[in-house]
Write a new protein. Structure first.
Length: 96
């Protein structure tokens, strides 16, 4: 009975304000496919493409994952970036 009272807030994975995420897909995403992810920063690498999203809540993240699947892209990794606070929205604004 009493054991469940404190279990709620500690289990939340994405805070209400959202978080910053890095999503990796196999291969290089061209300009046509990159336009499907206008809300993300898209950075191609030799064997994969990295998509950065700032301030994403859970619904936005699931929407992006649905788009990745619908476009036939192979998802390699999704990870939450550390240090995503109120001022962390420009975490990936540094140079190339």
């Amino acid at each position: 009975m009493g054991a469940q009272a404190g279990a709620g807030p500690e289990r939340a994975e994405t805070p209400p304000g959202g978080g910053d995420f890095e999503i990796r897909v196999r291969g290089r995403v061209g300009a046509a496919l990159a336009s499907a992810f206008a809300e993300l920063t898209v950075r191609p690498h030799p064997a994969e493409t990295v998509l950065y999203g700032a301030g994403l809540d859970q619904a936005a993240l699931y929407g992006i994952l649905d788009r990745i699947q619908a476009l036939g892209l192979e998802l390699l990794e999704v990870r939450r970036l550390p240090g995503a606070g109120a001022g962390g929205r420009d975490a990936h604004a540094e140079g190339p």
